[in-house]
Design a binder for this molecule. Structure first.
Ligand SMILES: [Zn+2]
Ligand SMILES: [Zn+2]
Length: 138
């Protein structure tokens, strides 16, 4: 069940990485390390992403971890305007609402002003549009 809306989750594979996708709200759950892999494939800096995602939590989320059921922590990723993502406090993974993935990718690569940032965001947008669209056809 989706931690955000309670809708059904489906597992979608992107480049060998399995991601849980909510069919209703289009949020995404990444197990620990999965997001790093996808950002690396897009030419981004996985170290930088990990550092950004390890930010001090700003508040407790009302949502719960898919793996352990603990309440997630909200973390602000990147410089202002930052994007709020939710993280399992014992490290199972991350929940991203629809539209947050490209912003996280930008935050992890130095921002939209850099060619690298735009390349990674474009890579992820293309990957997810294609596969998610494909999986809902039938
Ligand atoms: Zn949902
Ligand atoms: Zn957990």
């Amino acid at each position: 069940m989706c931690p955000a809306c309670g809708g059904p989750l489906i597992v979608v594979e992107f480049e060998g990485v399995e991601v849980d996708h909510c069919c209703a709200c289009h949020g995404l759950w990444f197990d620990a390390g999965e997001l790093d892999v996808l950002v690396s494939l897009g030419g981004g800096d996985a170290e930088r992403l990990r550092a950004a995602l390890a930010a001090t939590p700003t508040e407790r989320s009302g949502r719960r971890c898919l793996r352990c059921g603990r309440r997630l922590q909200t973390v602000a990723v990147g410089d202002a305007p930052s994007v709020q993502v939710e993280r399992c406090r014992v490290g199972h993974g991350f929940w991203l609402d629809a539209g947050e993935l490209d912003r996280v990718a930008l935050a992890a690569t130095g921002g939209a002003g850099t060619p690298e940032g735009r390349a990674v965001a474009a890579f992820l947008a293309e990957l997810f549009r294609y596969r998610v669209g494909d999986s809902t056809k039938g």
